[in-house]
Ligand binder design. Sequence first.
Ligand code: SF4
Length: 552
Amino acid sequence: MNLSRLLDPCFTPGAAAFRRIDPAAGSSRSWGPIAVEHCAGRIVLRIDPAVLVQLAFEAFRDVNFLFRSAHLEQWAAILDEPGSSANDRFVAAALLKNAAISAEGVFPSCQDTGTAIVIGIKGEDVRTGGDDERALCDGVARAYAECNLRFSQVAPSSMFEEANTRTNLPAQVDLAAAPSGAPGAGEYRFLFIAKGGGSANKTFFFQETAALLNERALEAFLREKIRSIGTAGCPPYHLAVVIGGTSAEANLKALKLATAGALDRLPDLAAGGTADPDAVLRDSGWERRVLDLARDSGIGAQFGGSALALDARVIRMARHAASLPISIGVSCSAHRNSLARIAPDGAWLEDFDRRPVRFLERALPVLEKAGQGAVRIRLDRPIREICRALSAHPVGALVLLSGPLVVARDAAHARLACKLAEGAPLPSYFTECPVYYAGPANTPKGRVIGSFGPTTAQRMDGYVRSFMTAGGSLVMLAKGNRSAQVTEACREFGGFSLGTIGGAAALIARDHIVSERVVDFADLGFEAVRRIEVRDLPAFIVIDDKGNSLYA
Ligand code: SF4
């Protein structure tokens, strides 16, 4: 796959808005941050590695607080789309409000600020005189340390023990070369991606056969797979399907680019193909069909409806005749992708929309109207009383939660399960309060807590039955669909699984969490057990005590 040619259309004039960054920030070289030299008849671009540090820093800062205008407009379109459900509109309005909050630069849009991925294409006549990967990682580490982001990376100290790296490194840095004469040969081009765990986990790969290469079979396959994606990756999604590729790796590389929107300007196979071996093509006809399949799934933008996907890309590539690799993936509501280039005229970074506040005029009335019809649930009472209050309402109902929640996710659940296995009871904080599966971003100065949206419920599914048996997890709050075992456990033990809006972490932290303290496992950092107090936190009933599930 020729990356320089594939990504070149992203850099054609007018394809994206760029802003110039100050390339002198942190520069140390005597020859200046970016210099053009003539060397043996060639024009050489010399770039101080400090420019790479600054570029990576600003890229990962910006993508965590700002969005592309087109992405915001797609959310806003859900508000007016006649086929949207009331829950679709509520989610879209909340995400727009979240974007307006994160654009202020204090709370990142999501608490999972992602794995930093850098795809770079370095022209043959570009010299940096240093370790590019190191410089880019220095910029990543600086952004995560200075901008209230979250350190999400854990490294193994043994087969079963891990510790947070406290830098958000490692980053994934993939650098390719653009040979002389290739597009962008005189520049250094980048695609920066901050990929959260929830959306990364919604990457599916299938080794199929040519039996799928007909309309009926492919549509049936995609219908089933798209429905199985579910909501834990925080829809509405930018959905991508890649069919073909010379290997699994080539297929998945194209998927990553497609979900980031970096393949949007490829030629359209619907207009006719020529069996070019190097061709990577879109198919706009199948993109419309995939969007229809997403709409027909009924999953909606998290809590039932038609807005599972904002758009779709279907990419077709050449393949070995004996293999048909197919991948399906998403970019989530956080949609953090940024283009950049360093050229003789400076260092340029994709510019994002700094005024999402303009959408509030349309979004706030939707939130207010839904809030007036919502059920208020007080959490400052015995857990069985909370269950009785929830029991009066159907799955899909919007509730506003006020009172204490205990926060625990993967690592805390693993430890509690060990204690249970050793014969100890669950701690009282865990049996007395509903549990919120979440882990915050770093706390901004003077604020109660950092961005604090829900994490994927399904990762905790394996604990639910044993914890309910021991009196815990009777009311759970998280994001995404859950397994049939959780539905069954809720029916048997009289429990509930609730969902709050994935991707609205800045909004939840700023407007709905009034206090926070760590109560156990402080060594787990962002995964420590906390007790928080919430006020009017919106949530939907996903599974009830009668065995009903919103996603069944
Ligand atoms: S919006 Fe959802 S899937 Fe995306 S990074 Fe945030 S928590 Fe993960």
